[in-house]
Design a protein around this ligand. Structure first.
Ligand code: DGJ
Length: 714
């Protein structure tokens, strides 16, 4: 018995510890300390009731002594108005003030990770608030979320329920977030945080930049050094992150669902949880913060069954055929795709009933027999016989008024009585909060996937939501519609991905309008942008890789060349190799030389993709800083890597500063004393030489690129 106890205890300790000791220690009397490799988080129980956060920052200080602020761990609307509340409630008797007191704290495990669960309750009303902190110590990351419970019989109205709040030590800070528009996603923006609130938010379900943020002391500018607090919200609907700075320079960050025009009726006897806020700290600069976040998305969010599977080389026929799809042309494309080394052939929009252009068809998820008289199966069989897997595009959440579904169920869309139903790209948004809509979509796509050998689904979402009404329902329920929509969206994804565990899912949202930690718990990859110009793409991909893993970033070679540069095909391939390689051209028009280049590049990608998709990413030279881009990938064991190097324009006579700057390329992430070879370099180098001094920039000429293998030789 004693032996068994010791074994269980030791195994628990192994899960809940980092090498330096246990991750979470303490109790209600002494307070709790959470320690990751580099960060510490300190909580205590105040005499008058609530749990207080007293420190979040470098682990190098003693958080039990060093207190940077003493502020509620779960700030509520109630009492003094000096913090941003993350919980705002109206009780049945119309009291709008919450007063929390500590009930208990438990150090436990949630899904195999150490977690601290703090329970607090209102001093008078039957409202219990559990706040979770789940720790991923090796990434210096914590997940925070709330679960609230109404133990009474009458409803409590929640006006606001964010996932969590943190406070940073007193300092002047600058904030970097990622913003964008269609065709120009994931653009970094940096600003000083002055007194007041800086908010990043989504109000129409479209986010062209994600909720990823990083905060660092103002004036720090090294990419690889210095303290950085970072985080995001794992949510795909309307989210919000507030950075609230008081004049005293204490910075509070809160994150969660955006309760703008939203509330939740917490009925008696029910509870509700928030999505997770992710927050971390590293002393090693924004690049390490990004590396940690990518690792977190990879190891903690991506669908576990396919997380470690190499993503196939894709062909997608959208650019080649748009809506004009037919068997003959698709087979011709597939034949060449196979010849050049593609593994997955995907038909995009245009295959389903009535989809001759973007003015009809969405909602009717059966094949268009005018285009495919014998259905899709004979074509899929031929594509499979060529040795290719087959994939299809869908857009479940949308509907065209010109569809059988809309003619039958005009009330299934989000709308208000007496108001117009605004169309975007001729489409309306299905009210996925409705159970009948959910069931219809589940049935349609289950049938589609059961009756066809489909191995890849591209799930698009082309328009923002508007007029979010739900006529016939109570005002309370209508105000919940956005949250209920996302609940059912995740339910639908969850159901379909578990019914069809071997199917790859790609998320898309009219380009990169919905890449986040919510959707990436269901999809294996996402489409980063409809901008496939090789220069535009370098910027977008740099931004995307700030938070999301390379194995999730789909990138196609196409004909796009927005500034008439005349890129070589090789340059285009080299840009797309930064993530999951795809091809979108009309390859039936390619000549032998183009096919040869494509075959060679795809073969090269297959050689390096293990490092690209499964390894660590080091963004050595940012495209935002000059006319070059450099990205380094290293396999997990550190033995193999690849450098992806790109020039953009060159300026005559060093007319621009970047052309006269040092062009040494310094690598990162190597073992200082190990020896490495780099393709094309005569000598071998130690890791220290490569990281401290580097090699001369090995790409000459405008719009040239090189993909160079790196190998550890001892
Ligand atoms: C928008 C996507 O971003 C494109 O790749 C393509 O799938 C179109 N939708 C199809 O309508």
């Amino acid at each position: 018995m004693k032996k068994l106890f010791t074994a269980v205890f030791l195994s628990l300790l192994a899960v809940c510890s980092v090498s330096a000791g246990p991750v979470i220690t303490g109790n209600a009397e002494k307070g709790w300390t959470i320690k990751t490799g580099n960060a510490a988080y300190r909580l205590t129980v105040a005499k008058d009731g609530p749990v207080k956060l007293s420190y979040f920052g470098p682990a190098s200080v003693n958080p039990e002594v060093h207190s940077s602020a003493v502020i509620d761990e779960v700030p509520v609307r109630g009492g003094y108005v000096d913090e941003k509340p993350i919980l705002e409630a109206v009780f049945p008797d119309k009291v709008r003030d919450i007063e929390l007191e500590f009930v208990k704290g438990e150090i436990t495990e949630v899904d195999g990770r150490p977690a601290l669960v703090l329970e607090q309750k209102d001093k008078y009303y039957p409202l219990t608030v559990k706040s979770y902190i789940r720790v991923i110590p090796e990434m210096d990351i914590m997940e925070k979320w709330l679960e609230v419970d109404n133990g009474g019989r009458k409803s409590i109205m929640l006006d606001n329920m964010q996932s969590g709040s943190v406070f940073l030590p007193k300092d002047e800070y600058e904030l970097t977030t990622f913003q964008g528009v269609w065709g120009n996603e994931f653009m970094p923006e940096t600003t000083n945080l002055t007194t007041g609130t800086k908010t990043i938010e989504v109000r129409d379900f479209k986010s062209y930049g994600s909720s990823y943020f990083s905060v660092r002391p103002a004036g720090d500018n090294s990419a690889t050094e210095g303290p950085v607090w970072f985080g995001m919200v794992n949510y795909s609907g309307n989210w919000k992150v507030d950075f609230y700075k008081r004049f005293a320079n204490v910075l509070q960050v809160t994150a969660g669902v955006n309760y703008w025009d939203t509330s939740w009726e917490l009925k008696g006897g029910t509870s509700r949880s928030t999505p997770k806020m992710v927050v971390g700290y590293t002393p090693k600069g924004p690049e390490e913060a990004s590396r940690n976040m990518r690792k977190y998305v990879d190891r903690c969010l991506l669908p576990a069954g396919k997380r470690d599977k190499v993503r196939p080389v894709l062909y997608n026929s959208w650019y080649a055929t748009t809506f004009d799809v037919n068997e003959e042309h698709q087979l011709a494309l597939a034949g060449i795709a196979k010849e050049i080394g593609v593994e997955m052939f995907v038909i995009d929009d245009g295959w389903f009933k009535g989809r001759v252009n973007d003015r009809g068809g969405l909602g009717d998820w059966t094949v268009d027999y005018n285009k495919f008289p014998d259905g899709l199966n004979p074509m899929i069989e031929k594509i499979n016989a060529m040795g290719l897997d087959f994939g299809l595009w869908i857009e479940p959440e949308m509907i065209n008024p010109n569809s059988d579904l809309y003619r039958k169920h005009p009330d299934w869309v989000l709308h208000f009585d007496n108001r117009q139903r605004s169309e975007v790209r001729n489409q309306l948004v299905l009210n996925l909060a409705r159970e009948d809509v959910y069931q219809y979509l589940l049935k349609s796509f289950t049938e589609l996937l059961e009756t066809h050998n489909i191995k890849f689904v591209k799930w698009d979402h082309n328009r923002p939501i508007s007029q979010p009404g739900w006529p016939g329902e109570t005002l309370e329920k209508q105000r919940e519609v956005r949250i209920r929509y996302v609940d059912n969206l995740y339910r639908l994804f969850g159901e379909l991905t578990s019914r069809f565990p071997d199917v790859w899912f790609e998320g898309c949202s009219g380009g990169g309008g919905r890449a986040d930690g919510g959707i990436l718990s269901f999809v294996d990859m996402t489409w980063a942008s409809d901008n496939t110009d090789p220069v535009g793409r370098q910027f977008i991909q740099h931004g995307y890789l700030s938070a999301f893993p390379a194995k999730t970033m789909v990138s196609w070679v196409t004909y796009e060349d927005h500034n008439a540069v005349g890129f070589s095909l090789g340059y285009k391939f080299d840009v797309c190799m930064q993530g999951v390689l795809g091809i979108g051209n009309n390859i039936t028009e390619w000549n032998d030389e183009q096919k040869k280049v494509a075959s060679e590049k795809i073969a090269l990608y297959k050689e390096i993709r293990d490092a690209v998709q499964m390894g660590d990413v080091y963004r050595l030279v940012s495209p935002f800083e000059g006319n070059r881009t450099a990205v380094q990938y290293m396999s997990e064991d550190g033995k193999n890597g690849v450098l992806m190097l790109y020039n953009r324009e060159r300026n005559i006579g060093m007319a621009k500063p970047e052309d006269s700057r040092s062009a040494m390329l310094k690598l990162q992430g190597l073992q200082p004393d190990a020896v490495y070879s780099i393709e094309g370099q005569k000598a071998e180098f130690t890791g220290r030489q490569l990281m401290d001094t580097g090699i001369g920039w090995p790409v000459w000429g405008a719009y040239r690129s090189r993909i160079l293998k790196v190998a550890r030789v001892n």
